[in-house]
Write a protein that binds this ligand. Structure first.
Ligand code: BG6
Length: 504
């Protein structure tokens, strides 16, 4: 952050003033995978760009493929050039590349583990990293237990050790518990950082700021004033090259179980007493516990057929490479949920997510109850829409409030307009990527934006119950064309309650 930019825009004051992490080595397992290339290295580069990494730092990539340090550096350099949000600067890259190593490693192989241990000890000596380790598990989930055991058995005698685990944490409640048992043998919960990258998004954290840094919302943030909540995670993307994973996951495990339920928890939680990991997560888990399983009529699943995305014809899900032509995997799911507590009883939370939908949009819409008795004659119900507080998680990050105002002129005609706050306009700076925040927080030992095991378990309990009910019937898939807003059943879910999904 330059002084000049602060003078230009005083809103930026206070930004990026945080304590520096301890010296440490970040070890990335699964370093030849897509996540490392698209997200992790670009995030590390942006942290280096802002001088947020510790001065004594090193990063080790570990994966099955044979590769030299130099090849690895070259590949990651290209990845950064392609995917980082900041301009590429040789001096910044060199700083990072200087402490980069690569270790070929088969995950169940002692030889690889020895090589890794030797590299880490050497780096401690060369770079003063004092035995501190962050292990990032970005491998396919089936090898999580093997990797956890391997690093757990060889914890360094000095320094701290932390474990970042990518999602999915298990495939259902039982497998999540099995993985947790392996972790517990070697690690304390305080050392475990389970990623849900939505929590690293600025706009998701801003939901906490909006609710708990402003006095005006709390009194109306409840069943008395709120008619319902709509949360949408819509993507135009298909499954890309991830058929293997997606066929087993489906929308319910890929996004509903984690990102969507976390967004519900953040919207519905009580104010935490402070912003520490346990206080925040204690409140979130209470929400997850208070959600009861929706009945079969309150859940709709879908799968996309052929259609058009931005004018281009795209194949049906069943025609994607690697997908079973008879696949019953859902690419869309919506549900009506209730949070059974004093704040929210009887207030529906309608949530939906899908691939190949009409537009990319993640929003949280708080729809308030209508004005009880509008005294204006010329008013049509259509013109006076209820107030909506709309949090744009992405894109066009910001918050907008829909309010009714008088149209200038004679009479008393009312229209709905939007009061908008846009991040881009107010701060005139790009938003950090979620992974920048999360990697840094793990290095700092701050688990506030990571999911605790009890949250994960609650999320799986709900999903397991939904999936169990699905075993009883076979919907006629595909049931929505790519490029639309999902199956008609999802509209009916709303219409039955006299409501409709937001389209804009
Ligand atoms: C991931 C899912 O967790 O989130 C992907 O596995 C999805 O299927 C992605 O595309 C969406 O993340 P974002 O940050 O682009 O909204």
């Amino acid at each position: 952050m330059t002084t000049a930019s602060l003078q230009d825009n005083p809103l930026l004051e206070g930004l990026e003033v945080r304590r520096a992490p301890d010296p440490c080595i970040l070890v990335i397992f699964g370093a030849s995978g897509d996540l490392t290339k698209r997200k992790l290295f670009p995030a590390l580069y942006s942290l280096a760009f802002r001088r947020l990494l510790p001065e004594n730092f090193a990063v080790v990539g570990a994966a099955r493929s044979e590769e030299t340090d130099e090849d690895f550096k070259e590949r990651m350099k290209e990845a950064v050039q392609e995917n980082a949000r900041d301009d590429f600067r040789d001096d910044v890259w060199e700083l990072l590349a200087d402490g980069m190593r690569y270790v070929p490693l088969d995950f169940a192989d002692e030889q690889g583990e020895d090589d890794l241990a030797r590299t880490l000890t050497e780096l401690d000596q060369q770079r003063g990293t004092r035995g501190n380790r962050v292990y990032y598990l970005a491998t396919p989930p089936v090898v999580f237990p093997t990797v956890v055991q391997a690093v757990g058995k060889r914890r360094a005698a000095e320094g701290w050790t932390r474990l970042i685990i990518e999602k999915p944490f298990g495939h259902d409640l039982a497998s999540a518990r099995e993985l947790q048992q392996v972790i517990e043998k070697y690690f304390d919960e305080k050392e475990v950082f389970r990623i849900d990258h939505y929590l690293g998004k600025e706009t998701v954290q801003n939901m906490l700021a909006l609710r708990f840094a402003n006095g005006i919302f709390e009194p109306i943030w409840n069943r008395q004033f709120i008619d319902h909540v709509q949360i949408t995670v819509a993507e135009t993307l298909g499954i890309e090259a991830r058929a293997d994973y997606y066929e087993r996951a489906g929308a319910v495990r890929d996004i509903f179980q984690n990102h969507l339920l976390q967004l519900v928890a953040i919207t519905a939680m009580e104010p935490p007493i402070d912003f520490t990991a346990d206080s925040v997560r204690n409140e979130k888990v209470k929400v997850l516990r208070a959600m009861h399983t929706p009945g079969p009529k309150s859940v709709v699943r879908g799968q996309y057929g052929r259609g058009y995305i931005e004018g281009e014809e795209v194949p049906a899900y069943r025609e994607e490479a690697g997908v079973d032509p008879q696949s019953m995997t859902e690419t869309y799911v919506s549900a009506k949920l209730y949070v059974d507590n004093w704040r929210w009883a009887d207030t529906p939370f309608y949530i939906r997510t899908g691939k190949r939908l009409a537009r990319r949009e993640t929003t949280i819409a708080i729809q308030f109850k209508r004005a009880p008795h509008p005294p204006f004659e010329e008013l049509s119900a259509e013109r006076l829409r209820p107030n909506v507080l709309l949090v744009h998680v992405q894109p066009d990050e910001g918050v907008s409030l829909a309010i009714g105002v008088k149209v200038p002129g004679q009479g008393m005609t009312i229209r709905t307009v939007h009061m908008d706050f846009l991040y881009g306009g107010a701060f005139r700076t790009g938003l950090p990527e979620a992974y920048e925040r999360l990697i840094l927080d793990a290095m700092l030992g701050d688990a506030t934006l990571f999911t605790r095991i009890d949250e994960v378990e609650e999320q799986w309990s709900l999903v397991d119950a939904i999936v169990a009910a699905w075993a009883r019937d076979r919907p006629a898939f595909p049931n929505y064309p790519a490029g639309t807003w999902g199956p008609t059943g999802a509209d009916e879910l709303m219409e039955r309650d006299g409501r409709s999904w937001r389209r804009r």
